[in-house]
Structures are given as C-alpha cells and as structure tokens.
Unconditional design. Structure first.
Length: 105
C-alpha cells in the first residue's frame, strides 16, 4: 500500500509493504497504549485522543522521521495510519507547528 505525504509544495509517496501492516500490530497496539495516557498535541493536551487525533500524532512522527532522513521509521508510522484508518490515502502536513492541522485525506 501507499501513503502520499504532502509537505508544502513537495509530494512524497511512502510504500508500505503488506507484511508491515500485518506484522506491525503488536507495535501499533503499544503506540495506542501510550496514547491512551493522553498526548500533548502542540499547545493542547488531549486526555483521550480519538482515532483521527492519533493519526495526526503519528503523521507528526512521519514529518520528524522524514526531516531526519529516517525512512524506516517513516514507513512504520505510515503503516500505522493505513492500518488504523484504511480509508486515508494522503496526509497534508501542517508545517506551522500545529499537528492538529495535519489533514488526513
């Protein structure tokens, strides 16, 4: 599967192997457990992030991974989004510092 990432005027496709979607569930469940404790989403604390907010949090991790050249982490985070919100095919990143502005399309 593929997740398209748009950062400003740049578009990048992340190819996620099928095995990562299937075998990553334990890791994804751990991420969910961590987010169950609440999360600081930019300036706002969210006690119980919903599924869209969780994917915005993870999208922010993709942005960080790509900025740091960490393709492996970016691919794993893309797999989380594709697994948890299978209807999402694109993420338009907010680069103004507000992760709640990441659009899941």
């Amino acid at each position: 599967m593929q997740l398209r990432i748009q950062i400003n005027d740049t578009t990048r496709d992340i190819d996620v192997p099928d095995f990562m979607l299937a075998e990553g569930e334990d890791f994804f469940a751990q991420m969910d457990q961590d987010m169950n404790k609440g999360y600081q989403m930019s300036r706002k604390w969210v006690d119980q992030p919903d599924q869209e907010q969780r994917c915005q949090i993870v999208a922010d991790k993709i942005l960080t991974a790509l900025s740091n050249g960490n393709q492996k982490s970016g691919t794993l985070m893309a797999a989380y989004i594709l697994k948890r919100m299978p209807q999402v095919r694109e993420v338009h990143m907010n680069t103004e510092g507000d992760m709640q502005g990441h659009e899941l399309i």
